[in-house]
Design a protein around this ligand. Structure first.
Ligand SMILES: Cc1ncc(COP(=O)(O)O)c(C=O)c1O
Length: 387
């Protein structure tokens, strides 16, 4: 199931591929059978409304919290921008980590330049791991937001989100979790944990189509986050002012109903198969990968290997090769689709010491990745290394 023709896809950290058949069917059905959501009281519009509402309810079930708190976005980046640009005020202090994605670090950089934001960046170790005490060491009385990357999209290292959430629960600083690389892999109980904001892609662990993302805003905090976009919501159309109810407030403009239908099918797949069993399967795959790569000469693993510290992508470098050159050989000569480079996360490579190797080569299995794919990768690497 990992094959597209004779190509083998091993970059589920970029997008899950192939998608479950049910996701493809849901998108197709929506394209053929559903009209615009929230735009009319005829049957086709009402059916679209139902699909959108069901997908939202599934998000509520996955994260164990009221579904009206979830906002459909175009991507994880879109969701992060909604929170960061909306919540942060001139002069605020925030804490980020070195493992953060550019979709956190670039909006923050812009806010530093244009809103005089003050930033503390917590270092990670040589495998992308960040310690809770180092994060808390940067939280001050005036800190307004702590932004954690639940799982690094470069090394798969897990940040101590639950621990920090519990500690920050009694602090005035809010917590934003970038779950783009963890959603669908790790459970997160938003009903229990004091997490204020969450942003995630829909096209990776949640198995939805590209062009989907989700933002979560804890009850009450919507009063401190203005919308990124104003416009038609399909409701209160005779009023000049944008509706203030959740999630309509943030969803001006037509929703991408086919993509949301696909995301709903992805979430159903997760519900039916269970996060735990998907994680166990992927952890076993990654553990065999690490074991087999670590004995190859010149291969340097750049990811934690302990199952409790890692999920998803495994990064490595190969002595004597630029990472992008190595992945080009894997593709050109062996049909293996892996991403190499900096993976839109510039800072972490300073800690990994992978700036000089052109970043890392990244392998990331999905729920449908086969053992055969692992064998093909290891054989290809042995062939390139001449062992
Ligand atoms: C950790 C992390 N944050 C944010 C993003 C951005 O998400 P999107 O591509 O959905 O905009 C990604 C995507 O690779 C990611 O891995």
């Amino acid at each position: 199931m990992t094959r597209a023709g004779d190509l083998i896809y091993l970059d589920n950290a970029a997008t899950s591929f192939p998608k479950p058949k049910s996701v493809v069917e849901a998108v197709q059905h929506a394209m053929l059978q559903l009209a615009a959501a929230g735009r009319g009281s005829h049957r086709l519009a009402e059916q679209a409304d139902r699909v959108v509402a069901e997908t939202r309810e599934q998000l509520g079930r996955l994260f164990l919290v009221d579904s009206s708190r979830f906002i459909f976005c175009q991507s994880g980046t879109d969701a992060l921008n909604l929170v960061l640009l909306g919540y942060l005020n001139p002069g605020d202090h925030v804490v980020v980590t070195q493992a953060g994605h550019n979709s956190v670090l670039r909006p923050i950089h812009d806010l530093v330049v244009n809103r005089q934001l003050k930033v503390s960046c917590v270092s990670c170790d040589e495998l992308g791991q960040v310690q809770a005490e180092d994060i808390m060491g940067e939280v001050k009385d005036e800190t307004r937001l702590v932004i954690l990357t639940h799982v690094s999209n470069v090394t798969g290292a897990i940040e101590p989100v639950e621990e920090i959430a519990r500690i920050l629960g009694t602090h005035r600083a809010a917590l934003l979790v970038d779950a783009s690389q963890s959603a669908g892999h790790l459970p997160l109980d938003l009903g229990q944990l004091p997490i204020d904001f969450l942003a995630t892609s829909g096209h990776k662990g949640l198995l939805g189509p590209l062009g989907t993302g989700v933002a979560y805003i804890r009850e009450g905090l919507e009063n401190e986050v203005p919308p990124l976009r104003y416009g038609g919501t399909g409701s209160s159309s005779d009023e000049a002012i944008q509706p203030n109810d959740m999630p309509t407030k943030y969803e001006a403009g037509n929703l991408n109903v086919p993509a949301i239908a696909g995301l709903g099918a992805g979430l159903r797949y997760l519900e039916e198969n269970g996060l735990d069993s998907i994680r166990t399967f992927q952890a076993q795959w990654s553990s065999k990968l690490a074991e087999r790569l670590s004995i190859l000469p010149g291969v340097q693993l750049k990811s934690p290997t302990a199952a409790e510290a890692h999920v998803g992508p495994t990064s490595f470098t190969v002595d004597g090769f630029d990472s992008r050159e190595f992945s080009a050989i894997l593709d050109g000569s062996f049909g293996l689709q892996l991403r190499a480079g900096f993976h839109c996360a510039a800072e972490i490579h300073k800690a990994l010491e992978t700036e000089k190797t052109g970043g890392t080569v990244r392998v990331s299995p999905g729920p449908m990745t086969t053992e055969h794919a692992l064998d093909r990768l290891v054989e290809a690497m042995k062939s390139i290394l001449g062992v």
